[in-house]
Design a protein around this ligand. Structure first.
Ligand code: ZN
Length: 130
């Protein structure tokens, strides 16, 4: 799926879009992998609550401040974006049970944009174990 992002850093809830792609496969039992091919985006699972979303962005900024003397900044000035993406990882894997994503009540799947705005590609791969 393609996702247009709007800010340099933001969390975008893609849970419904992942569910739709899973539904289209018809798989009832198996594994769903949600991955991103970009080096400055990540896939995470957490709660979609506005305060927490803001806290996550704040934590990333505190851990990896922009333009703090990184070697890669001489190439395209986005070393912090790569380093944040490395900390969060590029994919999540979920069980598929009874045709649905095995997520807890408060769990949502997010694309984390760390060098936007851009158009990003997220891949959903479903493996059946039936
Ligand atoms: Zn770069």
């Amino acid at each position: 799926m393609q996702i247009k992002t709007n800010k340099r850093m933001e969390l975008i809830d893609i849970t419904d879009r992942v569910r739709k792609e899973l539904d289209e496969t018809g798989v009832q039992k198996g594994i769903c992998v949600i991955s991103t091919k970009h080096t400055t985006t990540s896939i995470i699972i957490n709660e979609n609550e506005s305060g927490l979303v803001s806290d996550i962005l704040g934590l990333l900024e505190k851990l990896v401040p922009a333009h703090a003397g990184y070697a890669h900044d001489r190439i395209d000035n986005n070393a912090d974006s790569h380093l944040k993406a490395m900390l969060l990882g590029s994919s999540e894997t979920l069980p598929v049970i009874d045709g649905g994503l095995h997520l807890g009540t408060w769990q949502s799947i997010f694309l984390v944009e760390m060098d936007g705005p851009r158009t990003r590609e997220v891949t959903v791969t479903v493996i059946s174990s039936e």
